[in-house]
Design a protein around this ligand. Structure first.
Ligand SMILES: Nc1ncnc2c1ncn2[C@@H]1O[C@H](COP(=O)(O)OP(=O)(O)OP(=O)(O)O)[C@@H](O)[C@H]1O
Length: 243
């Protein structure tokens, strides 16, 4: 079997303290695509990303990245294999400048110099704000910086948690455009509560409920299934897409 999936997660179980949070999450992320994890608050989406990265290591199950089993490896080793992570809530260093925030995201010396043109082509604002501290940036600019940080090192896969969170509609459009552009070179696994955004970006979807994957398929099919969307996500979807 040739391996068209950059990431395969097979029935992982993750505990936080004594709580059994993931109870059998499975998913496959095809190369050069955008895949989205959907589900209500508390379904286990963030924990799934953290389990892939080894931040909350799964106790059972298999995580395969680029054909290699990675469950049980330390998080820094998993990241170094080529997985970038954009956590939720704009995790940047607010007292450091844009330049410093990007510089410390280097994995190898010279990463930033190599990637600067690419990053500024996606986020022209960051070039203008390069010397300013993070706390001088607007919420939207901080979110852009959080994504840009994950692009400094060469990654084959990006895990992006709720990029639209707290963004004004115009910035959501910009963020969508950016993720679409970067997906030309990097596979993306996205967690996104904004269904309009998720449906316009992703080719494949997984729905998590109560720590399990309960539905999966092509986004083009899901958008037709208003009953499933409403039942699983509690979202009423207007026909006609973003507005
Ligand atoms: N540190 C923790 N201690 C205890 N329970 C936790 C912890 N972190 C997460 N949980 C629980 O694990 C479950 C899954 O959380 P998770 O953050 O993965 O969900 P989510 O689908 O990403 O939801 P949200 O969109 O609200 O972030 C929730 O019930 C949550 O309360």
């Amino acid at each position: 079997m040739g391996n068209d999936n950059i990431l395969e997660v097979e029935s992982i179980h993750t505990f936080i303290g004594q709580f059994h949070i993931l109870e059998g999450v499975s998913l496959q992320v095809p190369r050069s695509s955008i895949t989205v994890l959907l589900g209500r608050n508390g379904a286990g989406k963030t924990t799934t990303l953290k389990s892939i990265l080894g931040l909350t290591p799964p106790r059972h199950g298999v995580v395969r990245f680029d054909g290699q089993e990675i469950q049980g490896k330390p998080a820094y080793e998993i990241a170094a294999m080529g997985i970038g992570y954009v956590p939720e809530h704009r995790a940047i260093f607010r007292n450091l400048s844009v330049a410093e925030n990007l510089k410390i995201a280097e994995r190898k010396k010279g990463d930033l110099d190599r990637k600067a043109d690419f990053i500024f082509s996606l986020f022209p604002d960051l070039k203008r704000l390069y010397r300013l501290p993070g706390n001088h940036l607007s919420g939207g600019q901080q979110q852009m910086l959080a994504v840009a940080r994950a692009l400094v090192a060469d990654n084959q896969l990006l895990l992006i948690d709720e990029p639209s969170e707290g963004l004004a509609p115009i910035l959501i459009e910009q963020m969508m455009e950016t993720i679409r552009n970067l997906s030309a070179t990097t596979t993306v696994l996205l967690v996104e509560q904004n269904f309009i955004m998720a449906s316009q970006l992703a080719e494949n979807y997984y729905i998590l409920d109560d720590g399990k994957t309960v539905h999966q398929g092509k986004m083009a099919d899901l958008v037709q299934d208003k009953e499933l969307i409403h039942r699983m996500l509690g979202t009423a979807v207007r026909s006609g897409g973003a507005g």
